[in-house]
Design a protein around this ligand. Structure first.
Ligand code: FAD
Length: 440
């Protein structure tokens, strides 16, 4: 991990532990070990929940050392840990002297009820997030509920702690906890309300809508005149919100930037129709506007400049970040060796076929393209079936320990390729992946 990564992790843990550490130091003990552990659990759980707003806010500086996907996964897993701490809080207090009435009494004071309500809100958020797919809740609906319930539960929990006294009696602990809450709410408001307005004030413009295959379409966008094309690495991605009116959905989605940073002025995203929103991409018109929040991700050979022998494994639309890298290498006359294994169901589904041939016909990069078709037509003479261990062993020649593998595609293809490569002796550190699902 880079130095900045270590510093960010250290700062995170200091902030999470500060309220409980201050309470242990400054607040007089109010009970036995279980009681004190219950107080510490509440303060630590609260600090974790406040910092969830920071983790979700897509701060480029904070996410760069890890990648936003890792930050979002941490956001999800640490929420479960906070849930455990906050459920343990009343149980430990009850066991440590407050008695079962703390949990069971119906005639408890209103501020105890606030604590119970905060706990229910937290559990609701955790269950909806963990079971969204199983409950078939649409992403946009889930996010709306998540965005309302998250900040609400923080305010309710803080009010509970403030009026119950105890932990927050000492002025310094009050100040630190209130500052944490104020910071978290401010970051949330900026992220969910102010930033979208700022982005919309400087709209990008759609300059081309180019069908690639029956189900894949490329959108070309130009930044506002006041703005140069933002810096990005080949393989990175952006958040895109199309403002098309005409009754078309107005949702933010993430897509790889399939163009290369070597061609400034315009960026493209190449998008496959897989659902409600992506089905409307061909209805986009030249002149439509868009909000673009760019650029994220670490899936780029430019992050690892020393790797010179690359194997790209793509399935379907997973070609987009790899195409951006190949375009960049080609423009930069980068003489790296690249083997591209590209799986598709049919020949017609191959995206960028001609351009891949053109790059392969040059020398920089030294590109070899192997198309793998699972449902080939009668006249297909290339590789048939899937990218499996047999194909990898036949096609990936030379010293495996000197190669780096970049994999992007559907989950089954990625899982199988990673398992096959591991069985062939390829180390984890030689494998880089991009998953086309940030939040599941
Ligand atoms: C880093 C990254 C890069 C990607 N690059 C590309 C690309 O280059 N080309 C491409 O075609 N696809 C890409 N995707 C996938 C693309 O984001 C999804 O296909 C698209 O959001 C699905 O939207 P839908 O409503 O049409 O499909 P649906 O079937 O409605 O949704 C499928 C799943 O996508 C997720 N999803 C839906 N809406 C949203 C949303 N607003 N925000 C976040 N997630 C949502 C949910 O998990 C949902 O279950 C990328 C994804 C990621 C994470």
């Amino acid at each position: 991990m880079s130095v900045s990564g270590v510093l960010i992790v250290a700062l995170y843990f200091v902030l999470v532990c500060t309220p409980a550490a201050l309470a242990a130091w400054l607040a007089p003990p109010a009970g036995g070990f279980a009681y004190e552990a219950g107080r510490a659990a509440a303060l630590t759980g609260f600090a974790i929940l406040v910092l969830q707003t920071v983790l979700a806010a897509r701060w480029k500086y904070a996410s760069r050392p890890f990648g936003l996907d890792i930050v979002f996964r941490f956001h999800r897993n640490i929420a479960l840990f906070a849930g455990v701490l906050l459920v343990a809080h009343p149980i430990l207090l009850a066991a440590g002297g407050a008695g079962p009435g703390l949990i069971l009494r119906l005639d408890a004071p209103w501020y105890i009820w606030l604590g119970r309500i905060a706990l229910v809100l937290l559990l609701l958020n955790l269950v909806l997030s963990a079971c969204r797919n199983r409950l078939r809740i649409a992403f946009e609906r889930w996010r709306f509920v998540h965005d309302v319930v998250g900040p609400l539960l923080l305010v309710v929990a803080f009010t509970h702690a403030w009026f119950i006294g105890g932990d927050l009696q000492h002025p310094l602990i009050r100040t630190v906890s209130a500052a944490l809450l104020a910071g978290g709410v401010a970051i949330f408001v900026y992220h969910r309300l102010i930033r979208p307005v700022l982005l919309r004030r400087h709209p990008w413009r759609v300059t081309a809508v180019q069908p690639e295959t029956d189900t894949v379409c490329t959108l070309e966008l130009e930044p506002p005149a006041s703005q140069a094309t933002p810096d990005y690495l080949p393989g990175q991605w952006h958040f895109l919100t199309l403002h098309r009116n005409r009754g078309l959905p107005h949702e933010e989605h993430h897509f790889t930037i399939s163009s290369s940073p070597t061609r400034p002025g315009r960026v493209t995203s190449t998008i496959k129709n897989i659902g409600d929103f992506t089905a409307t991409i061909p209805d986009t018109r030249v002149g439509d506007t868009a909000s673009v929040h760019t650029a994220f991700g670490r899936f780029s050979y430019r992050v690892h400049p020393d790797e010179s022998d690359l194997v790209f494994i793509a399935g379907g639309i997973g070609i987009t970040p790899l195409m951006s890298m190949l375009r960049c290498m080609s423009d930069r006359k980068d003489g790296r060796r690249v083997l591209l294994l590209y799986a598709n169901r049919t020949e017609d589904a191959i995206v960028f076929r001609d351009e891949l041939d053109t790059i392969a016909a040059g020398h920089d990069p030294h590109l070899t393209v192997v198309h793998v078709i699972s449902r080939p037509g009668d006249d297909w003479t290339g590789e048939k079936g899937h990218i499996d261990r047999d194909l990898l062993q036949r096609r990936v020649q030379g010293d495996l320990s000197k190669k780096t593998f970049y994999i992007c595609g559907p989950a089954p293809l990625m899982d199988a390729a990673i398992a096959d490569l591991a069985a062939m002796g390829v180390k984890d550190r030689q494998i880089r992946t991009e998953i086309f699902r940030l939040i599941d």
